[in-house]
Design a protein around this ligand. Sequence first.
Ligand code: NAG
Ligand code: NAG
Ligand code: NAG
Length: 154
Amino acid sequence: MNILLFIFLFFTTFSSSTYIRRQALSPCVGTFPNEITTYTFTPNPIIIGQTATIHITGKATVPIENGALFNITLFHENQVFHQHSFEFCQMFVIPNGSTCPINGDYDFTINFPAESSTDDPVNTTVESDIRTQIINPDGNILSCIEGKITFHYP
Ligand SMILES: *[C@@H]1O[C@H](CO)[C@@H](O)[C@H](O)[C@H]1NC(C)=O
Ligand SMILES: *[C@@H]1O[C@H](CO)[C@@H](O)[C@H](O)[C@H]1NC(C)=O
Ligand SMILES: *[C@@H]1O[C@H](CO)[C@@H](O)[C@H](O)[C@H]1NC(C)=O
């Protein structure tokens, strides 16, 4: 094999596997009772102005109560640039044909509009850090997961 081709393949393989690892979401530092086992966004990157899908699976060791929050925080270079709080049961459970409280294993898939705004960049892909927490009405943080998310602005 041509040595330059080898080096090229080595670096592309290496950097794409780094990229995949960086896409993976992992538990936040700390102790949280409810493990999240799957948390994916499709398409990847999410295309702003189109519908995106979230798939979340996990185990509610502590029941997720009616009124629990699903808080999303987006960071860019360690600066918070977007925070949003949703009601977990309204967002995932009811559209999925189920009701809160959630006990034990759960598996929810929902579609949501990735809304655009007038000050969005154009024809740019942006990678951000995302942290997601599920918080019961009593303030108990049940789950926390963080990682990278990529948006494409058409
Ligand atoms: C979740 O978001 C709500 C609404 O912004 C906020 O009041 C609450 O403090 C957040 N909870 C945590 C644990 O960050
Ligand atoms: C949620 O909906 C998905 C897809 O329709 C289904 O596979 C899953 O079992 C549902 N989960 C619950 C807890 O209803
Ligand atoms: C979008 O950006 C890419 C790469 O930066 C460029 O090649 C392409 O021509 C751009 N498309 C439009 C419609 O501006």
